[in-house]
Design a protein around this ligand. Structure first.
Ligand code: NDP
Length: 480
């Protein structure tokens, strides 16, 4: 296992570049903060407009760096704009000064709570959604009044640079979003630099290293790690809709989605019909780099080995290949694979595959489906299909996942007001929504005495009867 010491401490070219970027971001921060919510909203909305005006450029860049299909890249740009706009327009309401009741005992005070920016936020992003994923924490941190240093994946450096350059066109100098390029060592240097918080999105293994590096300076972190999302299909589900959703969620972006679907637990009575529908849809998908492709390439060559190993291991343990098999992996592509009756202790069930492989296992009851869905270490997203919406919601509430969609898949990612993040090995902290904005602030409470009280318990000049009177008062109020 790699440890923190596998990466050099803050030294060398990466650290120098990172320190310079953090220093530049630091000096730009007070001016950016001074713009206030209204000023920053204007800038961020102008950035959103510019991104949309030049969306063809961004789509081409994302495609060139990740090999994803045109539709997958278009969807990513739509999500960028949708989330950026929400964050820009809601920051003032979520983070603005608010009055809080002082309570009965301290009624002579007024209280206000504010959310102040932290300073400089480091954002480390993955390659699978190189624009959408970083824009979540970047826009929230900026809207809150922080400046940002972004370390994109070394697979997608140009997309990161494009985001910073377009924002700089709107803000002019000084830049409020800086980009540092490089591999994991640059990310490690950012964790050890003088930043006030790090927002990391990537694999859970790297997340552990990020947290260890941040611990050296007690720098707080958000960890958006990997997932092994499951869907529960109840006996009363609309099977056609469930199969359609399952195939899309498993195969979109060629399965390289943190909240991609990797497991389905379907109740026995409808399992055969569901599996037929899934197989029919998955088998019809096209793979390649042509305009009509449904799945693009697998970005990391080493991931192809992981995908192949999971498929082979499942088959060796008795699983059935309903669509595809080991032959579906033809570098740089992986075609859809649907596996049924996969032993629950095989890697295809317990580990993140991050490819277009869907495990469909039958269960006797919904309770068993919930237990199996919850069995692993990850807890990112999940889905439930049931015609009984209340029933579906109560199944959802029992799933150990940060976000659950009922009668849909990955719906939460298209809702900017919805907090996004996981539990367990999937990490902690939230991006998106009010929680995502508050992540990049420190809360400050200011109490202010409006008039002197008749009793003064917090003074040595209080009279002998003050404390007994106070105790009697509290007993009368709360002691019955
Ligand atoms: P990695 O963990 O490999 O990398 C993520 C980022 O961390 C990259 O920028 C990487 O740089 C950087 N990095 C690598 N080593 C270090 C280090 N020691 N210190 C600091 N930073 C480091 O993930 P991938 O890019 O391969 O992304 C895929 C993973 O991300 C999957 O597990 C997926 O589930 C997860 N993910 C989670 C999401 C969520 O919201 N929970 C969303 C999207 C993806 P470089 O690439 O240059 O090596």
């Amino acid at each position: 296992m790699t440890t923190v010491s596998d990466f050099p401490a803050a030294a060398g070219p990466e650290a120098d570049g990172v320190d310079a970027a953090v220093a530049a971001a630091r000096s730009a921060q007070p001016g950016w903060d001074a713009l206030g919510f209204a000023g920053r909203r204007k800038v961020l909305l102008a950035w959103c407009t510019l991104i949309l005006r030049r969306s063809d450029e961004l789509i081409s860049l994302i495609r060139a760096e990740t090999g994803k299909t045109a539709d997958d890249a278009r969807l990513e740009v739509v999500l960028v704009a949708h989330h950026l706009r929400w964050t820009a327009t809601h920051a003032a309401r979520v983070l603005g000064r608010r009055r809080v009741s002082p309570g009965l005992l301290m009624f002579n005070h007024s209280v206000e709570v504010t959310h102040r920016p932290l300073g400089v936020v480091g954002v480390i992003g993955p390659w699978n959604y190189p624009a959408f994923i970083p824009v979540g924490p970047v826009s929230a941190a900026l809207a809150a009044g922080n400046t940002v240093v972004l370390k994109p994946s070394e697979q997608t450096p140009k997309t990161g640079e494009w985001l910073a350059a377009t924002l700089a066109e709107v803000t002019g100098a000084p830049r409020v979003l800086h980009v540092v390029q490089g591999d994991g060592a640059a990310g490690a240097a950012l964790c050890r630099a003088a930043v006030d918080k790090v927002s990391f999105t990537g694999s859970s293994a790297t997340g552990r290293r990020v947290m260890a590096a941040c611990a050296e300076n007690l720098t707080p972190v958000v960890i958006e790690g990997g997932g092994k999302d499951a869907m529960v299909v109840a006996a009363d589900a609309d099977l056609d809709a469930a199969a359609d959703a399952a195939v899309w969620a498993a195969m979109t972006n060629a399965g390289q989605t943190c909240v991609g679907l990797e497991r389905v637990y379907v109740v026995g009575a409808v399992a055969d019909r569901f599996l037929d529908l899934v197989a029919e849809r998955a088998a019809g998908l096209r793979v390649g780099d042509g305009a009509d492709a449904d799945l693009g390439r697998i970005v990391l060559p080493k991931q192809l080995d992981v995908i192949a190993a999971h498929v082979r291991d499942a088959l060796a343990r008795g699983a059935r290949a309903v669509v595809g098999g080991p032959h579906s992996i033809t570098p740089p592509y992986a075609a859809p694979v649907v596996l049924a009756d996969v032993p629950e202790d095989s890697a295809a069930v317990t580990e993140e595959t991050f490819g277009p492989v869907l495990v469909v296992n039958r269960v006797t009851t919904v309770d068993e489906a919930v237990a199996r869905a919850n069995a692993g270490g990850y807890g990112l997203g999940a889905a439930v299909f049931s015609r009984d919406r209340d029933g579906g919601r109560s199944i959802a509430a029992r799933l150990r996942a940060g976000m659950v969609s009922v009668n849909a898949v990955i719906a939460f990612a298209g809702m900017p007001a919805v907090p996004f993040g996981g539990v367990g090995d999937s990490g902690f902290g939230r991006v998106h929504g009010p929680e995502g904005l508050r992540e990049f602030t420190r809360t400050q409470a200011i109490t202010s005495q409006r008039f002197r009280p008749l009793m003064h318990p917090t003074s040595f000049r209080r009279g002998p009867g003050t404390m007994p009177t106070l105790v009697r008062m509290v007993r009368t109020l709360y002691g019955r």
